[in-house]
Design a protein around this ligand. Structure first.
Ligand code: NAP
Length: 337
């Protein structure tokens, strides 16, 4: 394949950025068609990259000038569009969450298994972050010994866009932690518990914030994950893997050190787009290269399913007053091994 022709559904914040990334970072790919319910914005994005605007997302998926699709529209549209891509036998990079329920993710897995081959990657771009990759290399090398604990934290300055609820925080935002920790450990979760302190006065009445999730894995690792949407001071993602012989953790931002007004310090990131800019670029670059080689190498529909299930069970735990909830005994299909 000389040039991979990409169609993009959803040209809001991340969709428009992915369109730019295809032009800037991918080798041998071009965006040929874009779709969004917001026609004026999508038309502008189309003009910016020489693509055409396609009013019907299903027509885009089935178009002759589209070889592969990026889904970056609202969460609740992902399942429908992912299923349509699989039916059309087109490679697809679907933004997280794969679907708004674990049942929806299962539908996608079933369709892919029935189709006999993988077409879908989920946009869990932390797997493309150089620092998370270094953590993974350290774990996989065995040099640190067997992992025992993970301490992780995901703090936002303040929620943006759509009104943020308690459930969204535990499902849409923590979904990244659920995925990356499974990936780091190459292990599955066994139980989950969600607890919370009193809520910050900065949080909306519909949002309990922060929330803390405790997980255990089948291999006996314990994790504590903090999700704090109204952290106020900036965007701060931390992760430490504590193992038998060593502990490894993400670095703080590599920024120049200021000494001013009796203080010493460095700037931290204002948001996820800045913190993970390189990871998104790598994600798009690698996805294009893999699709051109006929491969899917990113997070799979199974990973999307496990992340969704974790969010649902976390919410169940909260509704049951912080009860410890067991994961069902689901087995990874051979198809995804
Ligand atoms: P956004 O700025 O609101 O953009 C979403 C776009 O999709 C909007 O332009 C929206 O139209 C459009 N849309 C809604 N329904 C549609 C439909 N049926 N068909 C086509 N387009 C439709 O949101 P965003 O921040 O870019 O998020 C988009 C997706 O990416 C979400 O699923 C989100 O969870 C995911 N995301 C992932 C990450 C990550 O870290 N991987 C980060 C951010 C977002 P309107 O303008 O009319 O609303």
């Amino acid at each position: 394949m000389d040039t991979l022709r990409v169609g993009v559904i959803g040209t809001g914040g991340i969709g428009a950025a992915h369109v730019r990334r295809v032009a800037e970072f991918a080798v041998g790919a071009t965006v040929t068609a874009v779709n969004d319910v917001n026609e004026p914005v999508a038309t502008k994005v189309a003009e910016s990259c020489g693509a055409r605007f396609e009013k019907d997302p299903h027509a885009l998926i089935n178009a002759k000038d589209v070889d592969a699709v990026i889904i970056a529209s609202w969460d609740r549209t992902h399942e429908e569009f992912a299923l349509a891509c699989i039916a059309a036998k087109k490679y697809v990079l679907c933004e997280k969450p794969l679907a708004t329920s674990s049942e929806g993710c299962r539908n996608i897995m079933d369709a892919e298994i029935k189709g006999g081959r993988r077409y879908l990657d989920v946009g869990f771009m932390r797997r493309n972050d150089r620092w998370y990759r270094q953590l993974k290399e350290a774990v996989d090398s065995g040099e640190i010994g067997r992992p025992l604990m993970i301490h992780a934290q995901h703090r936002n300055k303040a929620p943006q866009g759509e009104k943020h609820t308690t459930e969204m925080s535990a499902q849409a935002s923590l979904v990244h932690e659920f995925d990356i920790c499974r990936w780091l450990l190459d292990d599955e979760y066994e139980s989950i518990q969600l607890v919370h302190p009193r809520s910050s006065k900065n949080a909306d009445p519909d949002l309990i914030d922060p929330q803390i999730v405790y997980l255990t894995t089948r291999n006996g690792v314990r994790l504590d994950l903090e999700m704090f949407m109204n952290g106020w001071y900036g965007y701060d993602v931390q992760c430490e893997v504590v193992a038998e012989n060593a502990s490894v953790r993400l670095p703080d931002p590599a920024n120049i050190i200021w000494r001013k007004n009796g203080m010493c310090g460095y700037a931290i990131y204002p948001g996820w787009a800045e913190r993970f800019a390189d990871a998104y670029a790598a994600e798009i670059k690698e996805w294009v290269a893999n699709v051109k080689a006929g491969k899917c190498c990113g997070a799979s529909a199974w990973d999307g399913y496990m992340a969704s299930l974790s969010g649902e069970l976390a919410t169940r735990s909260r509704l049951e007053g912080g009860a410890i909830v067991k994961f069902p005994d689901v087995k990874k299909p051979d198809f995804y091994k």
